[in-house]
Design a protein around this ligand. Structure first.
Ligand code: MLT
Length: 202
């Protein structure tokens, strides 16, 4: 079980947005962002089950930017199972889930794509890193993925954002990159770009 919020959207034909916060956040953080992206979608906003000095996260890290890969794998599985269960509990269409994550939340969303075929219909990844390397990624037939990245993101260098784009594209995803000139922060223009992209794809 994962701590979460669920809001039923007005239109059952719209996707369900799976919202995944950054380090130190919680299930309330991205609800406004989700409503901005699609005001009539269902919203499933989840709190990460790991605590780092009191800060919720979706998986453990050994140091900043150095992931505990064993924990990442176990937590990714836990999140996938939670998503499957939530679809039954709340009766939303499991095949119509779009993940939206920021930072640590984008990293576990990226790892969902790396580990499980057809796990989500699409994803908006705000400032993601490459979750792991040297693994085979399931084939994606045109899965739409939006990556928001910062040219001066100390947490995720521009080259790593490009690397993630290439890995997903080589697996068959249809990736759109959005760059801003700043660091790790999520800017309003990045949110607007994600919204335009979402409208065009879903
Ligand atoms: C991570 O650990 O997932 C990254 O360092 C991003 C973050 O947590 O802010």
């Amino acid at each position: 079980m994962m701590k979460h919020l669920y809001f039923q959207g007005e239109d059952s034909s719209r996707p369900t947005l799976l919202l995944l916060h950054g380090t130190g956040g919680n299930e309330h953080d991205l609800v406004g962002l989700g409503k901005e992206i699609d005001s009539s979608a269902n919203i499933l906003s989840v709190r990460g089950n790991v605590l780092e000095n009191g800060m919720p996260r979706f998986f453990k890290r050994l140091a900043e930017g150095v992931f505990d890969l064993e924990d990442l794998q176990a937590r990714t599985e836990e999140l996938k199972s939670f998503l499957d269960e939530a679809a039954q509990t709340y009766k939303f269409d499991r095949d119509q889930v779009v993940a939206i994550g920021y930072s640590n939340g984008a990293n576990i969303a990226g790892n969902l794509l790396f580990e499980y075929k057809d796990v989500v219909k699409g994803a908006i990844l705000h400032h993601p890193m490459v979750p792991r390397r040297g693994v085979e990624i399931p084939v994606m037939s045109g899965t739409p993925v939006f990556i928001g990245a910062g040219k001066n993101d100390f947490m995720c260098p521009a080259a790593e954002s490009e690397e993630l784009k290439d890995l997903l594209q080589n697996a068959g995803a249809s990736v759109e990159m959005h760059w801003h000139e700043y660091g790790h922060q999520l800017t309003q223009s990045e949110v607007q770009a994600a919204k335009e992209w979402y409208k065009a794809n879903f």
